[in-house]
Unconditional design. Structure first.
Lengths: 136, 224
């Protein structure tokens, strides 16, 4: 399996390492060269510097034969656009986007790519936690 | 008309000012606090502070009414795309206009069906191309929806078509000549129109046919 991970922040880099650990071929794309540091020494995968909206960067990173694209930058709108480009233009079989804003996460779900909303998850879990403290 | 303009930079401000002067109702959205405060001095309650890709900000601007047109002119292409998608698909806004900051992002707007787009860079480049002396083939207009474009070609002295009539040319498929401009005067190109060196010819064609058209119109005598 070949995965393209867009954004090598806390989430993207950790995800990249996990997929490499289970034997995936992983290509990471980030705007900043320093983000390579998060992948740790001896990163066995590829690392490309560039903005993921650029077709040249996506194609250089091998989007055409990727089995999965995961958009995990810190910009919701970048992730949403990258996910749609991956799905509609390159017909990547599996696409996922991290969308922090729960409202946009809801609006863009059900469009053929997975939407993961950490904020939505936090709201849910904190609500459950608070409600769980009520005496029954 | 009622319009929402997102992005209070030079473009957004000028558009807003002009529309207000024409007695349209306009709300201008800006996400930078300092810039918003300056806008508020000029536009008062018509300026709204916030990220125009957030649903609640758009709703405060009145997107649920909905506006006749949403104009997305922020400096971020991904933001402009999201604003247009939300406006059209979530709130049923009939018409959107988007600014493309980096022409390399234009395919994304096309892919997602966001039109019309305005790209200052592309327009400036086209104008510069037009002013460069001895230009051969200039793109004047892209009709992207129709998959056609209009180009201008200047017939050179060496060209084999100088002295020939339009009906004698072996033009590429899906290509037509529109008009011939000679000494400042334009005429519609018909079969009997004779081409001369120095003519500026407008042609309509499918994108990708430029090379063939260039070969037909500019091919040197010796080689044809």
């Amino acid at each position: 399996m070949k995965a393209l991970i867009i954004g090598s922040g806390r989430v993207g880099s950790a995800l990249a390492k996990r997929l490499v650990d289970v034997g995936w071929q992983v290509v990471v794309v980030d705007e900043s060269e320093e983000a390579l540091g998060r992948l740790g020494e001896g990163w066995p995968g590829e690392f490309h510097v560039g903005h993921a909206l650029e077709i040249q960067v996506l194609e250089g990173a091998g989007i055409r034969d990727a089995d999965a694209v995961i958009a995990a930058t810190d910009g919701d709108n970048t992730n949403i656009v990258v996910a749609q480009v991956a799905k509609l233009r390159y017909e990547v079989p599996h696409v996922a986007a991290r969308i922090l804003d729960p409202a946009r996460a809801e609006f863009y779900s059900g469009r053929g790519f997975d939407v993961v909303s950490p904020t939505g998850t936090a709201i849910e879990e904190l609500t459950n936690s608070a409600l769980g403290s009520q005496p029954v | 008309m009622f319009l929402i303009v997102v992005g209070g930079g030079k473009v957004g401000v000028s558009v807003t000012r002009t529309l207000l002067a024409l007695n349209h109702e306009v709300v201008l959205v800006e996400q930078d606090r300092a810039r918003f405060e300056r806008l508020e001095e000029e536009f008062e309650h018509r300026a709204i502070y916030g990220d125009g890709t957030e649903l609640y900000v758009l709703e405060r601007a009145g997107i649920k009414r909905p506006p006749d047109i949403v104009v997305a002119v922020t400096g971020d292409d991904e933001d402009n795309i999201i604003i247009c998608q939300l406006a059209r698909e979530k709130y049923g806004v009939g018409k959107v206009v988007a600014r493309v900051n980096d022409p390399r992002n234009e395919p994304h707007f096309d892919l997602l069906g966001i039109a019309p787009t305005v790209s200052a860079t592309s327009m400036v480049l086209a104008l510069v191309e037009h002013e460069v002396p001895q230009h051969e083939l200039v793109h004047l207009l892209e009709l992207r929806k129709e998959n056609l474009e209009i180009v201008e070609v200047e017939i050179s002295k060496e060209s084999s078509v100088a002295g020939k009539r339009v009906e004698e040319l072996r033009l590429p498929e899906s290509t037509r000549l529109i008009s011939v401009m000679r000494e400042g005067k334009a005429e519609i190109a018909v079969g009997s129109t004779e081409l001369q060196a120095g003519d500026q010819v407008l042609a309509i064609l499918e994108p990708g046919r430029e090379v063939e058209l260039r070969r037909v119109l500019l091919g040197e005598k010796a080689r044809v």
